[in-house]
Write a new protein. Structure first.
Length: 256
């Protein structure tokens, strides 16, 4: 199976789903990590061009830790919008990737880029199998034959922008791959200074560990990552991601 994780910025996928992506890759699945932007605003000292090059290199190194591929969709930070052109671009991305499962950002999160990515990916998953929907690409990929399974990863810290808790459908036990998750996030070295300056985060890896432990606590385990399956009509309702992860999935009794 091919699993594509499409999130806003380099390091978002690692923070929120790195352990799960490592599990999927280790069990023989193809994994592609896509950041919508190159992280061009993620620095207080380097220029947009300079930090974009650095962050894409870091993202590729992080993906390599688990044998995954990395791609950048070439949007700009704070400039991801749910508009016609963007929807067609993301639809073309999904048609080219042709994944079986798509993971994307939570619909409610602290950052406008996260929320816009969530909506765009959801709508593009639907549009990717519509034959008459043109992406206006120079060399367009063929439409998909069906709508793919769609899942939302956790929001940052498991809360929305007002601090309200967002309950996942299920938790994935990532204790066995937490070391790989740490290594993936550590590859984003350029963000240590930026996260301290802009977010007040002294140590990104320690903060990520605290969030991952808090998610695990919901299911009585050491380290966990939360997910919600998008079951809106006419998306697939079968639990494909859960089946791929098997015993690593712990339900919380939210959805039958």
């Amino acid at each position: 199976m091919h699993v594509a994780c499409i999130h806003a910025h380099p390091d978002d996928a690692e923070i929120l789903a790195g352990g799960t992506l490592a599990l999927l890759a280790a069990s023989g699945n193809q994994v592609t990590i896509v950041s919508m932007t190159a992280g061009d605003c993620g620095s207080g000292s380097a220029s947009p061009k300079e930090i974009s090059v650095i962050r894409q290199r870091e993202a590729a190194a992080a993906a390599k830790v688990i044998g995954a591929e990395y791609q950048c969709a070439k949007f700009r930070d704070l400039a991801i919008f749910n508009d016609d052109e963007s929807r067609r671009r993301v639809t073309e991305l999904i048609r080219k990737l042709r994944p079986d499962v798509v993971l994307t950002a939570s619909p409610a999160d602290y950052h406008c880029d996260h929320e816009a990515t969530s909506v765009l990916v959801r709508d593009a998953c639907f549009a990717a199998s519509v034959p008459n929907y043109s992406t206006n690409a120079k060399d367009p990929a063929a439409p998909l034959h069906s709508i793919r399974h769609l899942y939302y990863v956790d929001s940052i810290a498991g809360v929305d922008r007002m601090g309200a808790h967002i309950q996942p459908d299920f938790i994935v036990n990532v204790k066995s791959t937490f070391k790989a998750k740490r290594m993936m996030l550590a590859a984003h070295e350029s963000q240590r200074e930026w996260l301290k300056r802009q977010h007040g985060i002294e140590d990104p890896i320690q903060t990520m560990e605290r969030w991952t432990r808090a998610r695990g606590k919901l299911a009585g385990i050491d380290f966990g990552e939360g997910f919600r399956r998008y079951a809106g009509h006419p998306f697939p309702e079968t639990p494909l991601l859960e089946d791929l992860l098997g015993a690593k999935v712990l339900g919380l009794g939210i959805r039958a």
